[in-house]
Design a protein around this ligand. Structure first.
Ligand code: CU
Ligand code: ZN
Length: 213
């Protein structure tokens, strides 16, 4: 008799446990349903927000303008800005730099990394070369994408330059966004490999998305 009582009791106990489990599961499922529904609602309301008319065209993923603020490397005082603007013929490059030696030529390149952490600018790596070409001048067919030639300084050590480069892109696979810009102590001879023998680095900057203002 005693074992019969025990088994009835056990059955009752198992039944109660099963009921509790079902209740807990229902509770969790309800919670899950509510949180999923809420997430869907939030997602739906987010996707309805129209992107503002700003720096990036979100449909074509294109950027109209980029800017670089040049910072002097250790022991130098070269500074300035470079603005890159997308045009139909390529990218317009407008450089405005001060602190250079007077009346001299200075290698001017886009380098692989937008990384100016090293005091001497070497952290920017070599010339930006996504097409695996040899070093050249901006007008050469064979050139690194980053080969922008030279900046020429005036009697006060200032240099300005304004030209359109057909190789540069602000969007797409070979985009220059996030890369580095370097101004060198010496002249780029436009032929020595792999750097044009332009010497040490006077200033380094990072290509960023420009504020359209
Ligand atoms: Cu360089
Ligand atoms: Zn080069």
């Amino acid at each position: 008799m005693q074992s019969g009582h025990q088994s009835i009791f056990k059955l009752y106990y198992i039944h109660r446990k099963a009921e509790q489990l079902i209740k807990i599961n229902l509770h969790i499922m309800t919670k899950l349903f509510i949180s999923t529904f809420t997430a869907l609602l939030i997602f739906a309301s987010c996707t309805q927000v129209e992107p503002e008319e700003t720096d990036i065209d979100y449909e074509t993923q294109s950027i109209d303008q980029a800017v670089v603020v040049m910072h002097a490397t250790e022991g130098n005082s070269v500074e300035g800005t470079v603005v890159f603007t997308q045009t139909d013929e390529g990218v317009r490059v407008e450089a405005d730099v001060s602190g250079l030696e007077a009346d001299s030529m200075h290698g001017f390149h886009i380098h692989q990394y937008g990384d100016c952490r090293a005091d001497d600018g070497t952290s920017a790596g070599g010339h930006f070369n996504p097409e695996d070409m040899e070093h050249g001048g901006p007008d050469d067919e064979m050139r690194h994408v980053g080969d922008l030639g030279n900046l020429q300084s005036d009697a006060d050590g200032n240099a300005t330059s304004d030209f359109v480069d057909s190789k540069l892109q602000l969007s797409g696979m070979t985009s220059i966004m996030g890369r580095g810009v370097i101004i060198h102590a010496g002249e780029d001879d436009l032929e020595s490999q792999p750097t044009g023998a332009a010497g040490s680095r006077l200033a380094c900057g990072v290509i960023g998305v420009a504020n359209p203002q």
